[in-house]
Design a protein around this ligand. Sequence first.
Ligand SMILES: [Zn+2]
Length: 470
Amino acid sequence: MLKFYNTLTRKKEVFKPISEDEVTFYHCGPTVYWTQHIGNMRGVVMNDLIVRTLEYLGYKVKLARNYTDVGHLTSDEDEGEDKLEKGAKREGKTPQQIADKYLKIFERDVTALNTRPADIKPRATDNIKEIIGMIRILLDKGYAYQTDLAIYFTVLKAKDYTKLSGQNLAKNIAEAGKGEASDPDKKNPADFALWFFKTGKHKNAMQTWESPWGKGFPGWHIECSAMAKKYLGDTVDIHMGGIEHAPVHHTNEIAQSEAANGVKFVNYWLHNEHLLANDVKMAKSAGTAYSLAEVKAKKYEPLALRYFFLSAHYRSKQNFSWEALAAAAASLKKMQNKIRELKETVKLSAEKIEATGINEHYRGQFIAAIEDDNNIPQALAVLWETLKDDKLTADETLATVFDFDSVLGLELTKVKLDKTAVPKKIQALIDNRQKFRDVGDFAEADKIREKIEQLGYEIKDTPNGVVVNK
Ligand SMILES: [Zn+2]
């Protein structure tokens, strides 16, 4: 039975979709004003693993991941500057050019990490009509009010406003940094903006639209509520995002959607934890907000980063370091070599491997792991155990690990036979020669070198070990 830890109820629950035919899934996407760091990438990969798990278990998934391209202020709150404007000023471009640029980089990076593309990728600026429609409903129902500067949602009217975070309202306000609201007409510091007018500190706002109440732009939270409703319906099966969004952004999404739609917004709330660097949250200010481009510049393939992500559960914090990435890259290489070795043994075509039965013992273990709140580190351990089990035939091993890889996404089926690989026989001679060198028996070592050369291979001793040329 598939179970997820639901932030809303604070327990693992058996997953039951609204419709047998399709699971609706909303994932809070990036604010496209800068390159997303690998901590954000971890969130996307964690989302991808859950989507792939659902599909592996036979569910059809409709995944929507939005792009925030207006209204997300620098404080995550009602204060500060619109992030897209900040990006525009930084680079001397228009907000739309900034959104286009960073949206492309985001898509390039998540593709390189082999994540399954979202089915729907809405932009907030393409959904202004729907956002205005939802604000109108909230005003009509008495959940919102207007001041000279903005339209606000009345938090005290929402049913059980802090149910997702489990915080009391005072703590919620304090944590959200809402004590310093600059609008004197705001009734409660916890109230949040649905619409900002092009006035006051936003009088020079670069992206504005006409609305029945005056020219302006939407708040960040209402965007997700409006897009989830438009593309997935009033009630969504699963909504996922970073844990930092639970007390503010997702809390506000629930308040707006349930007030406007009159039904439960989301059945299962899933939150992934942060990626840390040097044991603290990744941050641009600390110089640790690494991008995938930096990972590639250091000659790591993106799949090595994906492998690194697989080694921690989505609800656990994971600490990034270049050493840890190097270890993950080495493990992935070892896995690829093992696959290559098995492929050389069986010389089977992909069709033949597919036709071979999957080992049911390991498959049972694998499914038990992914069904238990997506325990991917355990699933990865099962894959390794399968690979190392020499009681299985090579084709059975390959068929089984390829099946598992449809969830893990390490592209194991694409591992090619290596024509330049050193044959086992030569490698054995090299290893043997090293043993003699280690004990100072260079005469014996040289004899083995001659033998290797007679077989057509040349070896060179370097500070990094033996280099072999054919
Ligand atoms: Zn969102």
